[in-house]
Structure formats: C-alpha cells, structure tokens
Design a protein around this ligand. Structure first.
Ligand code: CS2
Length: 495
C-alpha cells in the first residue's frame, strides 16, 4: 500500500471499504458522559460499546468528553484532538486475523491541569448524565488492608485546601455535584470501570469520605441522591506499540497516531442503577443484572489474579509476555492448579456460568499469540492489585483451611522481584509501582529477617500473624533466595 490516509473526520468516507466507521452524524452529538482516564482500556471498552451503539441506534446524546487529570495525559489529548477525537481499534484474533474499526464516540477531551474549573463545569453541565472512571485500582485511594480512605495522601490534603482546583477525581466529583445540587440540577451517575470489587460501592465510600470532610451536608445529599452502579469490566488491552501504529498504516492504509489493540472478547456486566438515564448498552452486548458481585469476584480472582501469577513468576523465569508464559506447559499447569485448588473453592456460584468453561476460556484468551500482552504491564502497580486479586484469596483459604501454596509462591516471588529487580538470568526488570521504594526497602531486609517483606502492613494487613502462612512463605522465600530457579519451586508445589 503506497499511500496512507490520515485519520480524521473529513477522511472517514475514504476508510469505509477498509473497516467499520461511524455512520452517525457526529456533529449532532452531545456529551452525555464525562469520562476520567482515557487510556487504552477505556477506548477498547466503554468508548467501543458506546460507539457501537451509536452505529446501531439513536444514541447521539451519549457522546463522551474525556478528562485527563495528569500532565502526562496531554499527549493523548493532543493526538486525539488532531484526529477529531477519532481512533482505530484493532481486534487481534488468535488465528492471526486483524479486524479494525474507527470509534467515534469521543467528541472532546479536557485537561484538568489547564483549567480545573472548566472540568468542574463540564461535569456540572445539564447534558452530563454520567461521569465514568477508569482511574486504576490505585486511583481510589483506599488503604489496601483496611479499605478506608487515606486522608494522609498529600494530594488529598491539597484538594481539601483547594476545592476549586483539585488534583484527584474525588475533588472534581465533589465540586461538580455541589454545583448541581446548588443549582437544583439532578445529579449525574458515577460509574466506575475499574477492576475493583464492588467498584461502585467503593467509589461511593471514598467519595463520601472526602466530601464529608469538606461539606457534611453535601455528603448527605450525595448519599441520598447519587447512583454508583457496580460493574465487572473485561477486555484484555495491551499497551500500544510502535509496530501497532505501523501495522495500521501498512495493512489498512491508515495513519493514526495512537490506535488501540485488543482481544476480540469483551464483557461488561452492570447493575442497572443510574440516576439520570443511561445508554442502551444492552443492545450491543452489555449485560444488566441485579447483582454483579459473583461476576466481579470471579473475574478478579481468576483472570486478574491469573495474570499476576503468570506476571510475577514469569518475570523471574524470564518470560516476557502472557502468551509466552501460558504456552509454557509448566506455567499453564501451575496457573490451572492455582485456579482450581485455591481460587475456585472460595468463589460463589455464578448463575449461567460454568466455572470450568470460564477457566478454559481464560487460558485460551491468555494464549492468543497476537496480543503480546507484556508481563511488564501486568506487574505494573502490583501493590494496588495484589491485595484484592490474590491476598484476598489467601486470607479466605486460611480461614477455611484451604490450600495456600500456589498463591504464597507468588508473594515470595514478588518479594524477590521487589528486592533484586532481576530475572533468574540476571536480566533487569522494569518495575513501575507507586510503592516501589517501600516494596524495595521491605524486601531488602529478607536476608536478615525472612518475614521482612510481610511487615508492609498496608499491603499484607495482619497476615504476618498467621503461622501457617508465615511458615509456608518463609520456606519458599528462603528457597528462592538460595536459587531463583522459580520453575523448580513450581514443580515442587505441583508434585
Ligand atoms: C490485568 C488487567 O492489569 C492487570 O493486571 O490483569 O489489565 C486485565 O488485562 C483486564 O482487567 C482484562 O479485562
């Protein structure tokens, strides 16, 4: 293909024979949704569902205005703006087929660092019916062990002192809801799209804690009037690479500066609890259920935890991607055993889902050779992920007298990883974690005090007081420090 077409509104008709494009009149769209955190996942999930709905029915009032709360979001804003907020989503099938479509549901993007009041006004605007969030597990600012809002976070202190120019999402939600209440406007729904169990309840709890400190009456109004639907979100979305951009240009003839790639699978299970209406996402595959609890627990404890098992053990072994790890027979066997022996016994029944089939499908999805999901992405911010994904399973098995070996090895591996930052071959691992320094410090003490890592109370709570756990952990961590051949330890546990 010698001539590529730049992705923008004007050129859209030229792309119609290459991929699905928005067929609706984008000039008539309103921003019914303000979304905080426009990363790859939002673009492969909520924005995808919303764009699909617009192609199928009249939903033009549900356009999305993106919001970035960090300076680092500027690049995404600039690129999307340059493309009239259009981008390409490429679906990578396991057989090598790649399908693409242009998503047109995003119509604007604001950076709070440029103009915080403009973001508050946008959320308070009468067109806005939903404020949705993809702010990652760490963005909720809850103490991993106690689940309470962390007021000692310096950004929270800043936001309490400067409610008109906040840094964190809770400051924006509070200021915007205050405006709505004061002007007699109905509230928007606050919809979390993160991998946090009971993500709606968690968002509500955190927001009420923050707003309550600032204005207790407002907090009461929020509690009585604002809806926070819980939801389970799922679509594996690796980090976009330079070769994805190149692929889009050479295979589809499209010049897009920041496409998103994802797996074909997609799931969104939502509690139908919205204060000011919602898009008919069920028309394009979302499921509305009365109680999302069993779905989200199943997903977090099997998929996300499964990812972390492969991520940490695989990094030490020297694997680089999820498909690379899961097609290694030892890792596949270990993952399945972790799921069957430790994760499943503490799960509830999920209506309409056969857990064996679900686990089979996860292993198939992980094995998709075209996704190339890096272990570095999976291990990103482990301190915000593992307490809910994995440590919760250990705690429940300790209480029930169940097996803990498979998950405990992952904690021992996490200690080694945080301490040495190296694979067993001595290859340096790129660790990105808000708590990187604390993790490193705690792990570093292991050679003198074998339980040193577990003294990180915000992560492990009182696990250190459980003798069965500490004995299992100590033996594993000692063996790993003597010889980081993780495969040997995995084989022993499987035996
Ligand atoms: C991953 C998730 O970040 C992680 O640890 O497990 O991003 C995962 O890919 C998504 O939740 C899939 O829906």
């Amino acid at each position: 293909m010698n001539k590529s077409i730049k992705l923008n509104q004007e050129n859209l008709p030229l792309l119609a024979d290459k991929m699905i494009i928005p067929t609706y009149d984008r000039s008539k769209m309103k921003a019914g949704i303000v979304h905080v955190g426009v990363g790859g996942f939002h673009r492969s999930h909520e924005a995808y569902y919303t764009g699909s709905l617009m192609n199928e029915s009249d939903a033009l009032d549900w356009g999305i205005c993106g919001v970035g709360l960090r300076e680092s979001d500027r690049k995404m804003r600039d690129i999307l703006k340059e493309q009239d907020f259009l981008y390409t989503l490429m679906f990578k099938h396991p057989d090598g087929t790649v399908k693409a479509r242009v998503i047109g549901s995003i119509i604007d993007f604001m950076l709070s660092v440029d103009d915080p009041m403009a973001v508050i006004d946008r959320m308070a605007h009468e067109d806005t019916k939903i404020v949705s969030l993809t702010i990652t597990e760490g963005g909720y600012n809850f103490h991993p062990a106690t689940g309470e809002f962390m007021f000692d976070n310096p950004d929270v202190q800043h936001d309490l002192a400067h409610p008109e120019a906040p840094r964190l999402v809770f400051g924006y939600l509070t200021a915007a809801l205050k405006k709505r209440r004061d002007s007699g406007r109905p509230p928007f729904t606050v919809q979390s799209c993160d991998n946090v169990q009971h993500n709606g309840d968690m968002t509500k709890k955190m927001l009420l804690a923050f707003a309550g400190r600032l204005d207790p009456e407002l907090a009461e109004w929020i509690e009585a009037n604002v809806c926070f639907p819980n939801a389970m979100v799922d679509r594996i979305t690796p980090v976009t690479t330079a070769s994805d951009i190149e692929y889009l240009r050479t295979e589809f003839g499209v010049r897009g500066a920041w496409p998103v790639t994802c797996e074909p699978f997609c799931q969104w299970v939502i509690e139908d609890n919205f204060s000011s209406g919602r898009p008919a996402w069920e028309k394009v595959g979302a499921q509305f259920v009365p109680d999302v609890t069993p779905y989200e627990k199943m997903k977090i404890r099997l998929l996300n935890a499964g990812h972390s098992v492969l991520g940490l053990l695989g990094s030490i072994h020297g694997h680089e991607t999820i498909d690379g790890a899961v097609t290694d027979p030892l890792f596949a066997k270990y993952l399945r055993a972790f799921m069957d022996v430790e994760a499943t016994p503490v799960l509830d029944e999920v209506e309409g889902i056969n857990l064996d089939d679900y686990k089979d499908s996860l292993i198939e999805r992980f094995g998709n050779p075209n996704i190339k999901d890096s272990l570095a992405r999976i291990c990103l911010e482990s301190s915000a992920k593992l307490p809910k994904f994995l440590i919760a399973t250990i705690n429940e098995n300790l209480a029930a007298g169940g097996s803990i070996d498979y998950a405990t090895l992952v904690i021992a591996a996490w200690c080694y990883y945080s301490d040495k930052g190296l694979s067993r071959h001595g290859v340096e691992l790129d660790i990105v974690d808000e708590m990187k320094d604390e993790l490193h410090l705690a792990a570093m003490g292991t050679e003198d005090d074998v339980l040193s890592f577990l003294r990180l109370e915000p992560i492990f709570g009182d696990l250190i007081n459980n003798e069965r756990f500490t004995q299992t952990y100590a033996a594993m961590v000692q063996a790993l420090y003597e010889d980081p051949d993780i495969a040997r330890l995995m084989t022993q546990i499987l035996a």
